[in-house]
Design a binder for this molecule. Structure first.
Ligand SMILES: [Zn+2]
Length: 280
């Protein structure tokens, strides 16, 4: 995946990004400009034999990966040599688990042209807890939002975040519709910010207090540039995460209350049996 902004405007950085950020943060197809002064940095990346700390999607947790490549033949003046090379890293827990990153040195440029698993899959741990409060399709959309942003696609990522926002509103609407005093007519005519006020008893507090989030997401889709959306993505995602965090707390609390009340009933029953029906 790529976008025009990045390919049209390569980035120039000194020193080069670390192996860690090249592999785990920088989106594929981002072009980094090189000059001769980059040779030592580039050699370090080309001959990298160190480790990589990353989430392992197969272990389902953080792990340490070790470079698996055999030795390269010794070369000088890498910047002037066009080539494609791949670094493979093996998980220390299980050497069947691997991460692969392929780079291309072009005409005074360095580009990551591929990787497996994707940046999105390596970024999963930060959002995996939200499976508990999102249905499978909604979780996949959250995952796509994070994945698109990780690959430099800003507007597309906003589309998925907005859909999650709308899903949360729909869920609250379904719950409140069962209330006999609920006035559906008013709701149907309301704008999103008014709908949030009408649904406030069923929505996470953060969402009610920050109803402008929806406006920001919509503005992103219609008016902001790709880069403006990317810049706004972290705070927007945090907003959605705070909403989901509240739902997790609420769900855990409800489940604890249910368990406690079951235990309480059982205890009462046991005591009643032992004390021959005396009053508890
Ligand atoms: Zn692993």
């Amino acid at each position: 995946m790529t976008n025009e902004t990045q390919t049209d405007h390569p980035i120039s950085v000194k020193p080069l990004p670390s192996m860690m950020s090249l592999c785990l943060s920088i989106p594929p197809y981002e072009i980094i400009n090189l000059d001769d002064s980059h040779n030592p940095d580039l050699a370090e990346i080309y001959w990298y034999r160190g480790q990589l700390d990353s989430y392992c999607p197969e272990c389902g947790k953080e792990s340490v990966f070790h470079a698996a490549n055999k030795s390269w033949s010794s070369e000088v003046g890498i910047v002037d040599t066009r080539k494609v090379f791949t670094h493979k890293f093996l998980c220390t827990r299980n050497n069947q688990h691997s991460l692969c990153f392929t780079f291309r040195i072009g005409d005074k440029t360095l580009t990551k042209i591929g990787q497996y698993p994707s940046l999105a899959d390596l970024a999963q741990p930060s959002i995996s807890k939200y499976r508990a409060v999102l249905s499978r399709p909604q979780f996949n959309e959250l995952s796509k939002a994070v994945g698109l942003a990780a690959h430099g696609v800003g507007i597309g990522s906003f589309v998925y975040l907005r859909r999650i926002f709308e899903f949360l509103i729909d869920e609250a609407h379904k719950q409140i519709s069962e209330d006999p005093d609920w006035q559906e007519e008013i709701y149907l005519r309301a704008r999103m910010s008014e709908k949030i006020v009408l649904l406030r008893s069923k929505l996470p507090k953060f969402l009610v207090e920050n109803k402008s989030l929806y406006g920001i997401l919509s503005k992103g889709i219609h008016e902001l540039t790709e880069q403006e959306c990317l810049d706004a993505f972290p705070i927007t995602l945090t907003g959605i995460e705070l909403i989901l965090d509240e739902l997790i707390v609420q769900k855990e609390r409800e489940s604890k209350i249910r368990q406690a009340s079951n235990m309480m009933n059982k205890l009462k029953q046991d005591l009643a049996d032992n004390t021959d029906g005396s009053d508890l």
